[in-house]
Ligand binder design. Structure first.
Ligand code: PBG
Length: 325
């Protein structure tokens, strides 16, 4: 054949392919979610998340140093709250000496350059395992936002760089931004879980924190997986209300949403490659059905190509190591 255009010229060898690559992954893209537990010298593997541990603070600090050495710039903190401290108000979440607040201080102390983000939602602290306060079987919005405000201010006071509200209550971004402004925390950022879907892929996470809802589901606040335009609405409102980074969650089954959000805002976009997405790859790799290294890098690259400049992923350390090789 005499062809005018041969697409395969640009795929001929690895050097050419990398010259024309449109997307590249680096450790700068990753945020590592970490699970923190009470005690000392504790390291408990999450059964549905092999290779991921819930650690006491001493071990967590060592983990964060490891991240820094791998070039990872940010960690997203989650704590497991003692059952006895759980109630319907979530008051433990704004305890100045709570596990989260201690953790923020210890991590910022040990690795000041690490960008510390904190999950803001009531579920780990709620006796009902819901993200908000429960009244007559409903998750009440406005009272929950008041609780989230207290929680966020206590994270800011402890030294968090970003708060990351994952609760999906209405009006919370504006309320949190105002509260930060009024309390001399105007430097603290908000990474909003703007388009957070009511997804089955959070299952392993709820095992990790023992935070599964005690009744019902989260469909009255998290989004319906059927909807796309609604994600744009949520994101635009968060942008208006002062979010600094907007997030889509989960990631792999929602690549279209990531692209949609990327095209409708000029803010940085992040995506959360969630616990169930981690578990799927680990399970298939363990069975010998997928090549783990390749599956991880291809998944993360696809999330970035879809439009997420930042990716919260349990594979952050693993991928950072692979990228160094
Ligand atoms: C808390 C929260 C959840 C996740 C992040 N923050 C669970 C939920 O909404 O039920 C899930 C993260 C993951 O699955 O990795 N609101």
């Amino acid at each position: 054949m005499i062809l005018q255009r041969r697409n395969r010229i640009l795929r001929r060898n690895a050097a050419i392919r990398s010259l024309v690559a449109e997307t590249t992954l680096t450790a700068n893209d990753f945020i590592l979610p970490v699970f923190i537990d009470e005690g000392k010298d504790v390291e408990i593997e999450i059964p549905s998340m092999p290779g991921i541990y819930r650690r006491s603070l001493d071990k967590t600090v060592a983990e964060v140093k490891d991240c820094r050495n791998l070039g990872i710039k940010s960690v997203l903190l989650f704590v497991k709250c003692d059952d006895q401290l759980k109630d319907n108000t979530g008051r433990e979440s704004w305890n100045k000496d709570g596990l989260m607040q201690q953790s923020i201080r210890a991590i910022k102390d040990a690795v000041p350059e690490m960008v510390v983000m904190t999950d803001v939602a009531l579920d780990p602290y709620s006796e009902y395992g819901h993200d908000g306060i429960v009244k007559n079987g409903e998750i009440v919005n406005d009272e929950t936002v008041e609780a989230l405000t207290r929680m966020s201010l206590s994270h800011a006071e402890a030294g968090a760089d970003f708060i990351a509200p994952s609760d999906m209550m209405d009006g919370r971004i504006g309320a949190l931004r105002m509260a930060l402004e009024e309390n001399n925390y105007s430097h603290v950022g908000i990474m909003s879980y703007s388009a957070k879907y009511a997804s089955c892929f959070y299952g392993p996470f709820r095992d990790a924190l023992d935070s599964a809802p005690g009744f019902g589901d989260k469909k009255t606040y998290q989004m319906n997986p059927a909807n796309r335009l609604e994600a744009i609405n949520e994101m635009l409102q968060d942008e208006d209300q002062g979010a600094d980074i907007v997030m889509v969650k989960p990631a792999m089954a929602y690549l279209d949403i990531i692209r949609e959000i990327r095209e409708n805002t000029t803010l940085p976009v992040s995506a959360y490659h969630v616990s169930g997405e981690y578990a799927m790859i680990k399970a298939a790799a363990k069975m010998g059905w997928l090549n783990e290294e390749k599956a991880v890098l291809e998944s993360l690259l696809s999330i970035k190509r879809a439009g997420a400049g930042l990716i919260a992923t349990y594979f952050a350390k693993y991928a950072a190591r692979l990228l160094q090789e």
